[in-house]
Design a binder for this molecule. Structure first.
Ligand code: 5AD
Ligand code: SF4
Length: 424
């Protein structure tokens, strides 16, 4: 949103709401009742608008896409409402708001138009996030994404490559390919009828000079094809980190979730990947307290976690989001029981994570410097994804953002590592 407004309107971002001409709320509806939070935040923006009537207020993201006009009905001081598929139309919506003197709502799904209109993402450090596809056609029973984001749509192959080459020219060294299901990527190649899959895209991205590390998020176990597994042999620039959400360890629950694979199939993919890359750091997501989850099924999940030996885990209590099919299932798990199961899962995983990180003490690794201050630097190993995972703290070294350095690990806890520079 900031990029779009900067490119079209020359707007600058500010951290101070009282200085802003436009305040935008970006909302998420993946879990819990996000609407309530949005309206309480909006209430505070309204006070600012009372003092300065020219202030424009906008609501974007998936809550906007779900609620649409209802937002303006409940909060008439909101000027524009737009969905994840229409955020590129923000300048136009704001201008129309001025011209017509009434709130504007656009939560349509114009498919690929969005990708065509987005200015290239501006990058501050040495990492960039590049959208390659959007949406999801999997319809897991607990999830709203297919409804809020629409079906899977991929950007044309050349568009993605040209954008990444441009970012590499600006000094980007690490690229993070984004999409709800990146391995469902089917990119049109030029004017031909040929379609590139995700494995092919990875090969081409790896050939772009300047790009040293490639990550992607999120992939789905179902389309983790032999070609994609093979990419871990062919493409050393693919980092030793993979976030592959599994959601549960019990086949009955996986079936009820409509995930389309068994726990065994997931473990088999992990086994193949680890055979190629023994140091591959893996993370996953889990949902506890899915409707009908018994104590035995939850214990199957704990056993799965014990066996899988993942490096990091995101775990969430099942939350009945508006529109999800699983809400109609019987035997919803009591919220206290959900809380209890979540705590048991996290306790087990913390032991595993701490043990895995402790094994890194004494080893050396190459890290990418993300941030520096007077005390030292914060860096990421190949296993640490920007904004998601743990970090490597380096004391007192004179480093620059964007630099790759070799560090020796001196200490660890259950999330992060500490190290000292051995070579710049
Ligand atoms: N309840 C709880 N967790 C959910 N997730 C998605 N939908 C729900 C829901 N209704 C979790 C999944 C997904 C992560 C982004 O959020 O684990 O991988
Ligand atoms: Fe939601 Fe399932 Fe699609 Fe992931 S794959 S976004 S969980 S419907």
């Amino acid at each position: 949103m900031a990029d779009v407004l900067r490119a079209c309107e020359g707007m600058e971002q500010t951290d101070k709401p009282e200085e802003a001409d436009v305040i935008l709320f970006n909302t998420c509806s993946i879990r819990e009742k996000a609407e309530d939070k949005v309206f309480s935040d909006l209430g505070r923006a309204r006070l600012l608008k009372q003092a300065r009537p020219d202030l424009l207020i906008g609501v974007g993201g998936c809550v906007a896409s779900q609620e649409g006009e209802a937002i303006v009905k409940r909060a008439p001081y909101v000027d524009v409402v737009f969905g994840p598929q229409t955020l590129h139309r923000l300048p136009e919506l704001l201008a129309r708001r001025e011209r017509q003197s009434r709130p504007q709502v656009d939560i349509s799904f114009p498919e690929i138009e969005k990708f065509d209109h987005l200015p290239p993402a501006r990058v501050d450090g040495c990492s960039a996030f590049v959208s390659i596809m959007e949406g999801c056609s999997k319809y897991c029973s607990y999830c709203v994404v297919p409804y809020t984001r629409g079906d899977e749509v991929s950007r044309p192959f050349e568009d993605v490559l040209v954008e990444i080459a441009g970012l590499a020219d600006q000094g980007v060294r690490e690229v993070n390919l984004l999409g709800q299901n990146v391995n469902a990527y089917r990119g049109k190649m030029g004017d031909t009828a040929e379609i590139a899959d995700f494995a092919l895209l990875l090969e081409y991205v790896a050939d772009i000079p300047g790009i040293e590390r490639i990550r992607y998020t999120t992939s789905h176990p179902n389309e983790f094809t032999p070609r994609l597994i093979e990419a871990y042999v062919k493409i050393p620039k693919l980092v030793n980190h993979l976030h592959l959400p599994v959601q549960h360890g019990s086949d009955r629950i996986l079936m009820a979730m409509k995930r389309g694979y068994t726990a065994m199939e997931y473990k088999s993919t992990v086994r193949k990947l680890r055979a190629i890359r023994p140091d591959l750091a893996m993370s996953s997501d889990f949902i506890v307290g899915f409707p009908g989850e018994t104590e035995e099924e939850f214990e199957e999940l704990l056993d799965f976690i014990e066996v899988a030996q993942l490096d990091r885990v995101g775990a969430f209590k099942y939350s009945p989001v508006e529109g999800a099919a699983a809400n109609a299932l019987p035997d919803h798990v009591d919220p206290h029981e959900q809380e209890d199961r979540l705590a048991r899962l996290m306790y087990l995983q913390e032991e595993i994570s701490a043990e895995k990180l402790a094994k890194k003490v004494g080893k050396t690794m190459t890290v990418l410097v993300d941030d520096v201050d007077e005390e030292g630097a914060v860096a990421r190993s190949a296993a640490d994804a920007p904004e998601i995972d743990g970090l490597v703290y380096i004391n007192g070294a004179d480093l620059e953002v964007g630099e790759f350095v070799t560090v020796k690990i001196t200490d660890s806890d259950e999330h992060d590592l500490w190290g000292e520079v051995v070579r710049k």
